[in-house]
Design a protein. Structure first.
Length: 459
């Protein structure tokens, strides 16, 4: 495996770090592999501590504390307001340029079509005579969505959070997003909020925004939400973890990541473009090629060099590739697929001969992109799939944000005398085994013969 220093400069011949899986007997290689596979989404403890302090301030101080945090770190409106109301969002919708409005409406329609196919249903199951259990789908009442902002705006992330919430039937949807350096919220983001009929937009970023959603803003008339969803930076993620238990959260998410699983059938230029697309997120976003083919790896490095020459954000891309670009060389196809599955990437692109066979072997990925014409950016903006995804290996236990994230199932148990009698002995035996006699008595009392005559009545 090459050192990080080998990739700090990216001239005309790009050289990414390499991990050669055939050398796994080497402790250094084995350690590097294990660090990748078990990287996790756990944050720096110092960030957790800082987020905890900000949340305590917001919980105690409400609107004033959020405003003070905005003043310290940025993200607030220039005029000091914390909330943009729905009527102002609707005006911003009407001011959208026709081309961007059409593109947003198309994105919204595609995401809604996919979301509507996910809507859960209520079911009823008869366990036996006199016992019926209903599993009732119930939308959440109030949801908060965090949308990254500041120096850049991400209306697409707003769409990904709001559309499945609306399809689920959420009553109120509150969004939090920071203003830019000049104290203004991006006009397209505001217009998108209007298109989605967001109830209110809290202008704040980081931990204070999460606090505003979790605790409410009493002076601004914003009540606390029941669940918080959406991507964000380390401070947002730390704050979400801190308020979990008071409110629900979707998942803790770290830096965005892509893994491209490819063989010699792949077009090197396409693979390079997909890696650069990921690298554009920043220097903490992994962009990894896994392949059993050394020639493909070298061709991709050549394509990266060529595309960087023409890249508009070249300095960002170079820093990102130097920090988080990697080629994993597998000894064969099976080993490449096994590594990709174990890595559990947020985005996994599969470009291999017999790609469907490879896809069938993948259990762990946030979102899979199959074939040479399925770039990650298509899913980010237009395919209809959701781009709020698990990172840091959490794809082993979480899936993409979806309609089910915005509701819950309530169990409704209907039991009559016949049904209770059929399970009477089971309750009694198990309750006695656990030493919980009151549990047994709660059943037995219903079968006890009671004297209905008043005490002391004449015979």
């Amino acid at each position: 495996m090459t050192s990080a220093k080998d990739a700090t400069l990216l001239p005309s011949a790009v050289r990414l770090r390499r991990l050669v899986l055939a050398d796994a007997s080497d402790p250094a290689v084995a350690g590097a592999r294990d660090a990748l596979l078990r990287r996790g989404a756990v944050l720096d403890p110092a960030v957790r501590d800082g987020a905890r302090r900000i949340l305590a301030e917001v919980r105690a101080g409400g609107d004033a504390a959020v405003r003070a945090a905005n003043d310290r770190v940025g993200g607030g409106l220039a005029d000091g307001r914390l909330v943009i109301a729905r009527d102002e969002l609707m005006l911003a919708r009407d001011r959208l340029q026709p081309a961007i409005r059409l593109a947003l409406e198309t994105m919204i329609a595609n995401v809604r079509r996919f979301a509507e196919a996910q809507r859960p249903t209520t079911t009823r199951t008869e366990i036996g005579p006199g016992i019926e259990i209903e599993r009732r789908w119930t939308p959440l009442s109030r949801v908060g969505a965090y949308v990254p902002g500041g120096a850049a705006a991400y209306p697409s992330s707003l769409v990904m959070c709001a559309v499945p919430a609306r399809v689920a039937g959420v009553d109120a949807l509150i969004v939090a997003s920071p203003a830019g350096p000049e104290g203004e919220v991006d006009a397209v983001l505001l217009g998108t909020a209007g298109l989605l009929e967001i109830d209110a937009l809290i202008v704040a970023g980081g931990a204070q925004a999460i606090g505003a959603l979790a605790f409410g803003l009493p002076a601004s008339g914003i009540d606390a939400v029941d669940k918080i969803v959406g991507p964000g930076n380390a401070w947002v993620t730390a704050a979400k973890l801190e308020v979990f238990g008071l409110v629900g959260i979707d998942l803790p998410a770290g830096p965005s990541e892509v893994l491209v699983l490819a063989d010699r059938s792949a077009e090197p230029a396409y693979v390079a473009a997909d890696l650069l697309s990921q690298a554009e997120h920043g220097p903490d976003s992994p962009a990894i090629l896994v392949t059993p083919d050394v020639d493909l790896a070298e061709a991709v490095e050549a394509a990266l060099a060529s595309q960087l020459e023409m890249a508009g954000r070249r300095s960002i891309l170079e820093r990102s590739l130097a920090a988080c670009g990697l080629i994993v060389l597998a000894p064969d196809r099976a080993a490449a697929i096994e590594f990709a599955d174990a890595y559990a990437a947020e985005h996994l692109t599969v470009v291999m001969a017999d790609a469907e066979d490879a896809v069938a072997r993948i259990r762990n990925a946030g979102s899979l992109f199959v074939g040479p014409f399925a770039p990650e950016s298509a899913g980010d903006y237009a395919s209809g799939a959701n781009h709020v995804l698990p990172t840091g290996g959490l794809a082993r236990s979480y899936g993409a944000l979806g309609v089910e994230s915005f509701g819950k199932f309530v169990q409704v148990q209907r039991i009559d005398r016949t049904g209770l009698e059929s399970i009477r002995s089971v309750v009694g035996i198990v309750a006695a085994a656990e030493g919980l006699d009151a549990h047994r008595q709660a059943v037995e009392i219903r079968f006890r013969e009671l004297d209905t005559e008043p005490a002391g009545a004449d015979a």
